[in-house]
Design a protein around this ligand. Structure first.
Ligand SMILES: [Zn+2]
Length: 156
């Protein structure tokens, strides 16, 4: 199992060849998006959000959002350190918070939720390859994390 510093260092180093590889197949713009998504996935959405970690500290004053996640998911369980399921759960969890925050802003009369949801839906519908690239970056950085941890889920 690697330390937080080792995970961060591996994420920073591997994000470059990952972005270059994506760029070779999908073009330079998507290569940059893929490399940045790999960084965000490894540094902010790491499987180690299930414990006190560097990733958790990076959320700064927003790290309270991950308290329910940490309390309900055991460190290194399949729900945080399982291939695919970990990334799906973390991104779904984050999207749920985003929706709750937007709904709260609507209740306070600060925003109109429906037009924002429609714009987000259109953004996703009109940019499927970009969304795919972001998800690929998130999941690939999670896979790097699992390999560095020596997680048993990858050996099954
Ligand atoms: Zn880990």
């Amino acid at each position: 199992m690697s330390s937080g510093k080792e995970h961060d260092k591996a994420t920073l180093i591997i994000s470059v060849p990952f972005g270059v590889s994506v760029g070779l197949f999908l073009g330079a713009d998507l290569g940059i998006l893929g490399g940045l998504s790999f960084l965000v996935g490894g540094l902010w959405l790491s499987p180690d959000l299930d414990t006190h970690s560097n990733s958790l500290k990076r959320w700064g004053f927003l790290k309270w959002m991950w308290w329910p996640y940490r309390k309900s998911i055991k460190h290194r369980s399949i729900f945080s350190h399982g291939p695919f399921i970990g990334t799906v759960l973390r991104t779904t969890y984050l999207m749920t918070w985003l929706i709750l925050m937007l709904a709260t802003l609507q209740l306070l009369g600060v925003i109109e939720l429906i037009p924002i949801v429609q714009k987000l839906t259109n953004l996703i519908k009109n940019n499927p390859i970009q969304i795919f690239t972001v998800i690929l970056g998130f999941e690939s950085s999670a896979m790097l994390h699992l390999i560095k941890d020596g997680d048993p889920w990858l050996l099954k």
